[in-house]
Design a protein around this ligand. Structure first.
Ligand SMILES: Cc1cc2nc3c(=O)[nH]c(=O)nc-3n(C[C@H](O)[C@H](O)[C@H](O)COP(=O)(O)OP(=O)(O)OC[C@H]3O[C@@H](n4cnc5c(N)ncnc54)[C@H](O)[C@@H]3O)c2cc1C
Length: 566
């Protein structure tokens, strides 16, 4: 078998390992990254790119009032019995430094989304200055490697342009606000120029910007990347992990890594066996339930277990949930799209098949999913309908449907969008209990006219407000459904990641059943048991820890090198 030698072998190419690669290669280590698929970047590249880093210097510069103690308080409150003090402390201490390191060693810049609350920002220690997004990044810097970069989801684009989370409001209001249409037109001109120049968009945002910029910097510092090269198993020498067997199109390669191996294959969204074992509530769902690339199939966790790693499924919820809709996108193709926006906008509610609301719709996508699973426990499928009136669908869109002036007809014809002149007719067409839905809408509408939601108190936190319509008064999240016709889309609780994963210590070293570090083996990203204890506690709370523990893992390896400063 062919043999290759490096200092650090990285399995998986998400934002966490790109950060590790950058730090290690910058310090002079010979870094090899291997990626199972023919594109690199994984779910990180298709993500919104929101990064949760408490107590950052960036936030402090914008007047943020955060502190390490305050962040610890939030963690302690949110994770309860699962609070992992050492690892949380390491995350909070290293996150701000990690951001600075990236800005010093790459062309990537971050901006704080000030006012964007933690998902439970009303809880002790909650804050509104911890989420950062990458700035728009010029993909030309990546050169030819851009052809290997995983694209964003189709529904995350508009006319070929990538749309960042902080830009959504501008795109949604483009038909009625001059400043918005100017913004979109400017991007469209740039998009057209890019098409002529490079045959694709080069204006990268969100997760695409994040991964591409980190990759460009890592490659510049000597990191090598093999795509279509899944790692199959780890190699041990005694108790120490010294590399992995990697399958390449031309045959298997024995990769020996003198300093260590980082596992970061993106959790187990598409490992149906592990999902059934650790998350029986959704053991039987179709593979289309997840918004993740199909390569994320639990390989890293399995390889880790083979050498003594411990899979930690003790999570509040082992899987991160989000509402997803499915559309037949052509012969034999089912397209799964997450619904991140406007669930909690005025004139929009979610109900079960029984016609009842089950959650405060303006809370996070994960809270929405947890609410639906509880409301449909014992039923064969966790199905809900997101319902709205005509005014709401034309103003905000619904699911993958864009707002006015884009037509609704095609979606109605395909069956994706159900409609009815009255709430009762809508219920009949969608297969919802009509009496119950009428009662629900009537009960919602009367207080909604005053901006009140006595059942679930929608619009009562800073984070919920962000999910609403800032122009709607008195409550950005609450308004009646009273302008027919009415509409509904069918939604299920899908997967936006996995929380359960391999146990690690505060250096990101994989630990065995006795709590001892397995020498030479590190873990980052969703292969690592989440420090959130299995709750989506803030936007960016998977990428922030992934990048920070990638940074920590590389730093630990560097510190173990002969002659390293103690
Ligand atoms: C639409 C969407 C939006 C999101 N938005 C956000 C957000 O704004 N903020 C946030 O924090 N999180 C967000 N997430 C979640 C976030 O993207 C993931 O939690 C994160 O990317 C996981 O990083 P990772 O490194 O663990 O996995 P990935 O980024 O998926 O990388 C893992 C890589 O490993 C590869 N791999 C798998 N097996 C092998 C093998 N055997 N050998 C080699 N390579 C292998 C995979 O192909 C993949 O490329 C979003 C997710 C989606 C789908």
């Amino acid at each position: 078998m062919e043999v290759t030698r490096c200092d650090l072998l990285i399995v998986g190419t998400g934002a966490g390992t790109m950060t590790a690669a950058l730090r290690a290669s910058k310090a002079g280590l010979k870094v090899l990254m291997v990626e199972k698929e023919d594109m690199f970047g994984g779910a990180s590249a298709r993500s919104g790119g929101g990064i949760w880093i408490p107590n950052s210097y960036h936030a402090a510069r914008h007047g943020g009032q955060d502190s390490a103690d305050k962040a610890m308080t939030y963690f302690r409150d949110q994770t309860g019995d699962r609070f992992n003090e050492a690892n949380v402390r390491a995350f909070i201490a290293n996150g701000p430094e990690m951001l600075n390191f990236i800005e010093e060693t790459s062309s990537l810049r971050f901006q704080v989304a000030m006012g964007y609350g933690d998902y439970h920002c009303e809880a002790p220690g909650g804050e509104t200055s911890r989420v950062l997004f990458p700035d728009v990044w010029d993909g030309a810097e990546l050169g030819k490697d851009i052809e290997r970069l995983r694209p964003v989801l189709r529904r995350g684009r508009f006319m070929g342009m990538q749309v960042g989370i902080l830009e959504v409001g501008l795109y949604i209001t483009a038909a009625r606000k001059p400043e918005s249409i100017l913004y979109v037109l400017k991007n469209l001109i740039k998009r057209t120029r890019d098409q002529v120049r490079a045959g694709r968009t080069l204006r990268l945002v969100g997760g695409n910007a994040l991964v591409a910029a980190l990759a460009a910097a890592a490659f510049r510092n000597g990191t090598e990347l093999w795509t279509s090269a899944p790692a199959r198993s780890l190699i041990r020498d005694g108790d120490r992990v010294i590399g992995a067997i990697v399958d390449r199109p031309q045959g298997p390669v024995r990769v020996e890594a003198s300093d260590g191996v980082i596992l970061a294959t993106g959790g187990f969204p598409h490992d149906s066996r592990r999902r059934a074992a650790s998350f029986p509530a959704r053991a039987d769902v179709a593979e289309t339930w997840s918004t993740y690339p199909y390569g994320n199939a639990g390989d890293g966790i399995r390889m880790g277990e083979d050498v003594g790693a411990v899979f930690d499924a003790d999570m509040a919820c082992p899987v991160a949930l989000t509402p997803v809709t499915r559309l037949e996108a052509g012969e034999g193709v089912l397209e799964t799209s997450p619904i991140f926006f406007f669930r909690g906008a005025p004139g929009v509610i979610s109900v079960t098949r029984r016609g009842k609301r089950f959650v405060n719709e303006a809370r996070s996508y994960h809270d929405w999913g947890v609410g639906l699973l509880a409301a449909t426990a014992g039923e064969p499928e966790a199905v809900a309908w997101i319902i709205c009136d005509h005014r709401a669908i034309r103003r905000y869109g619904l699911g993958i449907i864009k707002p006015a002036p884009f037509p609704l007809r095609g979606y109605i014809k395909s069956g994706y969008l159900k409609t009815g002149a009255t709430v009762r007719e809508l219920a009949d067409n969608a297969g919802i209990d009509a009496d119950a839905l009428e009662r629900t809408v009537t009960a919602f509408n009367e207080p909604a006219r005053r901006g009140e939601d006595p059942a679930f108190h929608r619009g009562s936190t800073v984070y919920e407000m962000v999910n609403g319509d800032p122009e709607h008064r008195p409550n950005p999240c609450v308004g009646p459904l009273d302008t027919g016709p009415f509409y509904a889309i069918r939604v299920t609780a899908g997967c936006i990641g996995t929380f359960a994963g391999i146990k690690a210590n505060a250096h990101a070293q994989v630990i065995d059943a006795a709590g001892q570090a397995i020498t030479g083996l590190y873990v980052a990203g969703n292969d690592m048991a989440s420090i959130t204890g299995g709750d989506y506690i803030a936007g960016g709370c998977t990428l922030g820890p992934a990048m920070t523990f990638g940074y920590i893992a590389a730093g630990h390896m560097i510190s173990q090198r002969p002659g390293a400063a103690g």
